[in-house]
Design a protein around this ligand. Structure first.
Ligand code: AMP
Length: 354
C-alpha cells in the first residue's frame, strides 16, 4: 500500500486527470502531471507539473524519479515511453492494457478471442483495400482509424461506394478498419475497477447518448433491454480486465441490439460515462482508480439515487454557468478550460432524482 503523502504521476493533463487529482487529494496523495500542452486542467489542482513531450526520455526519467506510481488519463501515449517509465516506477494499468486499447483492431481481436461479439469489420490498409472492404461489408458503413480516434474523430461514414474517396481523405489515409453499421437500440458502458490483488468492483450500467460522436448524457437506470444484457456485458468486461492483468478502472462500451449485445470499444482508464459516479455512487470511479493504483482496498459502488443523469457541457453550453450554478438540483463541474470551442468538453452537470 502506498502511504498517504506519496506522489501519483499522471500522464495527460485533461479533465480526467483533474478529477483523478481531486480524488487523490481527498485520500492524502499528491499528484504530478506530465503532459505537453500549455493549457492543463489537471495541473490547476496538482502539486507539480512537467510540461514536456511524451517522447522526451530525459523528462520522463526525471518524472519517474519524482513520483511513487504512474497512471494515465489519456491512452494515446507511446507504449515505449510507458515501458521506459515502468523500468523505474510502477505503472498502472500496465502497457498490455494500453497497447490493446490503443489499436481498434487489436482491441476487437482480443475481445473476439474472449468470446465477445463485435460489429462485423475488416482491416483497411490502402485506398484499394477500402473498395474491397466496402464490397465485403456493404453500405452504409463506417471507416475508423485504428489509432488516435476519440469523440468521433478519425471516423467517416460511408453511405454509398462513391463516398470512399472522401472518407479515405477524411481519415488521412491511415491504417483503419471498416465496420458494419450496427442497428442498436441503446449504447451503454460497463465501468469496472480491478485492484492489485485482483479484486473487482463494477458500477451500475448507464445508458449513453451521443451527439455528433460525442457523449451528451449518461443516465440511470438503463432501459430494460440494456439491463437484460448487463450480466453478460459485465462478465465480458471482467474477463478482459483479468486477461490484461489490468489494475485500475477499465471502461467497455457496448451496443444494445434487439438480438443481444455487441462490444464497441474500451478505454483503459476512467471515462466520461462514469462522471455520474462522483455524486451518484458510494465511491466514484476516480477514488477507486486511485485506490487500485495505490494498492488500497476498493470501496463499494452502490447507486445513491434511483435516477441519475449526467449531462456534458460542450462548447458554448458552459456559458450558461450562472443559471447552472443557481440550480440547487444540479452538481456542477467546470474544468477550468479557457475557450469554449465547438465540441470541446468544458464541464458536466449531474442531477440525482427526477
Ligand atoms: P466510437 O469512437 O467507436 O465509440 O464511435 C463514436 C460513436 O459513433 C459511437 O458511440 C456510436 O454512437 C457511433 N458508432 C460507432 N460505431 C458504430 C457502428 N458500427 N454502428 C453504428 N454507430 C456507430
Amino acid at each position: 500500500m502506498l502511504a498517504p503523502g506519496s506522489t501519483i504521476g499522471i500522464l495527460g493533463g485533461g479533465q480526467l486527470g483533474r478529477m483523478l487529482a481531486m480524488a487523490a487529494a481527498e485520500l492524502g496523495y499528491r499528484c504530478h502531471v506530465f503532459a505537453p500542452e500549455a493549457d492543463l486542467p489537471a495541473a490547476d489542482v496538482s502539486a507539480a507539473v512537467t510540461r514536456a513531450d511524451y517522447a522526451d526520455r530525459g523528462a520522463l526519467s526525471a518524472f519517474a524519479a519524482a513520483v511513487d506510481v504512474v497512471t494515465f488519463e489519456w491512452e494515446n501515449v507511446d507504449p515505449a515511453a510507458v515501458r521506459h517509465l515502468a523500468q523505474a516506477v510502477p505503472v498502472y494499468p500496465g502497457t498490455h492494457s494500453l497497447e490493446v486499447a490503443q489499436d481498434r483492431m487489436a482491441e476487437k481481436q482480443f475481445v473476439e478471442w474472449l468470446g465477445g461479439r463485435t460489429a462485423p469489420w475488416v482491416q483497411v490498409d490502402s485506398r484499394a483495400g477500402l473498395d474491397e472492404a466496402i464490397a465485403h461489408i456493404g453500405v452504409p458503413t463506417i471507416l475508423k482509424t485504428r489509432r488516435f480516434g476519440y469523440d468521433g474523430k478519425g471516423q467517416a461514414r460511408i453511405k454509398a461506394a462513391g463516398d470512399a474517396d472522401a472518407a479515405w481523405e477524411l481519415i488521412g489515409g491511415q491504417p483503419a478498419i471498416l465496420e458494419a453499421m450496427v442497428n442498436f437500440a441503446h449504447e451503454y458502458s460497463v465501468i469496472l475497477c480491478r485492484g492489485q490483488d485482483g479484486a473487482m468492483v463494477h458500477w451500475p450500467v448507464s445508458v449513453n447518448l451521443h451527439r455528433g460522436g460525442i457523449l451528451a448524457t449518461s443516465s440511470l437506470p438503463a432501459p430494460a433491454l440494456v439491463r437484460a444484457q448487463t450480466a453478460d456485458a459485465v462478465a465480458l468486461a471482467r474477463t478482459v480486465a483479468e486477461k490484461l492483468d489490468h489494475v485500475g478502472v477499465l471502461t467497455a462500451e457496448f451496443f444494445a441490439c434487439a438480438d443481444g449485445l455487441r462490444f464497441n470499444e474500451m478505454a483503459p482508464r476512467v471515462h466520461n460515462s462514469g462522471h455520474w459516479t462522483i455524486e451518484g455512487s458510494a465511491t466514484s470511479q476516480f477514488e477507486n482508480h486511485v485506490r487500485a493504483i495505490c494498492g488500497l482496498p476498493l470501496r463499494p459502488t452502490t447507486q445513491m439515487s434511483p435516477q441519475i443523469e449526467m449531462t456534458n457541457l460542450i462548447g458554448a453550453d458552459a456559458e450558461d454557468w450562472p443559471r447552472l450554478l443557481s440550480d440547487p438540483s444540479l452538481h456542477v463541474h467546470l474544468y477550468g478550460k479557457g475557450e469554449g470551442r465547438p465540441g470541446r468538453k468544458m464541464g458536466h452537470v449531474t442531477r440525482l432524482g427526477s
